[in-house]
Design a protein around this ligand. Structure first.
Ligand code: GDP
Length: 301
């Protein structure tokens, strides 16, 4: 997979090196494997889970060669991803039942939130959907400007108000306009301030409630954007946002620039939220629908 080379290089070559010259799996090798997983940012808990499952299989099967070990590891990772991710996601298609489909995007500044919104808008537009963007991150002038730039680039309207205005009011306007124009999807950018959990919770709840008044059942999706190159920070942000609101999907960005793509496995396991999109570059087309099989395949060469 284009963009995942660094992770693959790190992960697969380390595993290859660890098993080289060994004829069977022993404690030493399992310790080594554990370290490789942890240093790939799979996270300690998920790593231990994987290692325990492999240990149990090794104990049961008595003799396990190194090829089998690699296959087991691959199985276990695929299984973990299967538990939390459907494989049925088709390329950037929206459910037909609801118009407009509303995606509320959350995440701290700098993780690639605006870029992900722009890329998503582009993909949806390519599919023939009409898209509206809502600039509800009203705390930073740059955030509104950036979203505006993406809106122009993609050719979709951006609903905004002046800086400092009420984010819920912007969300209200965006969903109302989208509805009035019979748009297919509206994507709402929100401010990513984590300094105060109660504030964050109140703000997100308010935005959600306002949108729900215009189109019941809205938002359809709360998409949390995480920077995949930040390892434990990404875990920490996932913890805080899931405590503040009901996150329904994840976008993990910047996987092109990191060797630590294992974070996808750990986060998806720890939070039990499907990874829906992965970001693999700064360009408009560098967003992919996450497919677990392809992901595992690309990790193992
Ligand atoms: P925001 O503050 O969360 O809205 O972050 P931005 O969308 O402005 O992105 C911050 C920086 O990360 C920008 O320079 C983006 O080009 C870059 N970026 C976003 N997504 C990706 C990605 O998937 N890969 C890479 N390499 N860079 C990305």
């Amino acid at each position: 997979d284009k963009g995942l080379e660094k992770t693959k290089e790190n992960f697969f070559s380390k595993i290859t090196r660890a098993v080289a010259g060994k004829s069977k799996v022993d404690d030493d090798l399992l310790d080594n494997l554990e370290e490789i997983l942890v240093t790939s940012d799979v996270g300690v808990d998920t790593t231990l889970k994987i290692i325990e499952r492999i240990e149990a299989r090794v104990a049961r099967d008595k003799y396990v060669g190194t090829d089998e070990l690699t296959a087991m590891l691959r199985d276990e990772i695929a299984l973990l991803l299967t538990e939390n991710n459907s494989d049925d996601l088709s390329e950037f298609t929206l459910p037909e039942r609801k118009k407009p489909y509303v995606i509320m995007v959350v995440g701290v500044n700098g993780v690639g939130k605006t870029t992900t919104i722009g890329k998503l808008a582009y993909q949806f537009k390519q599919k023939g959907y009409s898209v509206y963007l809502g600039a509800a991150d009203t705390f930073r002038a740059a955030a509104v400007e950036q979203l505006d730039i993406w809106g122009q680039r993609v050719g979709v309207p951006v609903i905004k108000q002046k800086m400092g205005s009420d984010p819920a009011s912007v969300a209200f306007d965006a969903v109302s306009s989208a509805k009035a124009h019979d748009a297919d999807v509206v994507i709402i950018d929100t401010a990513g301030r984590l300094h105060n959990k109660v504030n964050l919770m109140n703000e997100l709840t308010k935005i959600k409630n306002v949108m729900g008044k215009i189109v019941p059942g809205t938002p359809d999706e709360v998409l949390l954007v995480l920077d995949g190159s930040t390892g434990q920070n990404a875990f920490e942000q996932a913890k805080q946002f899931t405590a503040a609101t009901e996150v329904t999907a994840l976008a993990i960005t910047k996987l092109d620039g990191t060797a630590k793509g294992g974070v996808v496995i750990g986060i998806s396991d720890q939070f039990r939220i499907p990874v829906k999109y992965i970001g693999l570059g700064e360009g408009i087309e560098d967003l992919q629908v996450f497919r677990r099989r392809e992901f595992v395949d690309s990790l193992f060469g």
